[in-house]
Design a protein around this ligand. Sequence first.
Ligand SMILES: [Zn+2]
Length: 307
Amino acid sequence: MELHEVMRLISLIPDGYRSFEVSAHNVTRMFGIGPELQKEMLAQGLPAKRIGEQWHFAWSDAYNISRYMMLPSPFRRGMLAWPKILERARAGATLDFDIQFRVDCPEPCHDGKCDFQISTPILDASFRMDENEDRLICGIEATSSANEEAIPDDVQSLLAKYDHIFLMSLPHLLTWPVEMVLETSIGDCISLAQLLEAEGRRLGYETRHANGIIMTAPFSTRHHWTEFKIGSTWVPFDPFLFKALHRWQVLESDEWSVGYPATAMLRPICGSSTRPLEVTHQGTVVPMTLPTRMKVLNDPRRLGSCE
Ligand SMILES: [Zn+2]
């Protein structure tokens, strides 16, 4: 996608909710957005703030530009590993994940103990947690494989009707109701999941919101999606993510339909809570990393294990 096309989508996100937390230097390092492109973004009217010597940008804007322009970044390198996981699971492998949630004290040596708080409970039974002086680490283990259920035709048709919608990252403070998705054709994973839940129920299916992670090595990603009860099984669907992965050329266009149930990668860990999973330190949200190790069990194609 060209910059002006991404800027059109970004212009649908109202001003006033952004916090300009990423410096020009980090925008290059984390998102692959170099100085020339940054100048162009400013020239095209992207909101930004001058702090000291450097322009600072909103995390969500940098993330959207980087993903839709397919710039080389740690995020993109991570995403390029996803199709391999889907392929292995579809070939019949069982995947074994060991996922950590790590948060470091952002200001070591402060007075008193670190006060880490989790925004929404992690419900998984294999949850374990240990707290060092200045780091919070939670861990879960999960085993997954591809879905075996046949997907009914009416569900497939429903999942295919959202090609015009764009999955975006939105500023942290902004809530985006389903009405805004319908009005603008953009949404974050929470609002898009809510749209699909409602539409699935209108078709007569039992649906639920899933708050969890996309499990991939070497890092997992927090995400929300929708689950449909098909027969006696809860099956995860995310046509918006699959469409985006096609737009970002992470998935080949005809190989994976938007109705593919990505059971092997999606793991609900906060039940149906629509509240994003975040950790605060002394009341302020701090960055979380999700280092993940993956083992491929009984791989029919003998592809071995990877991390
Ligand atoms: Zn601390």
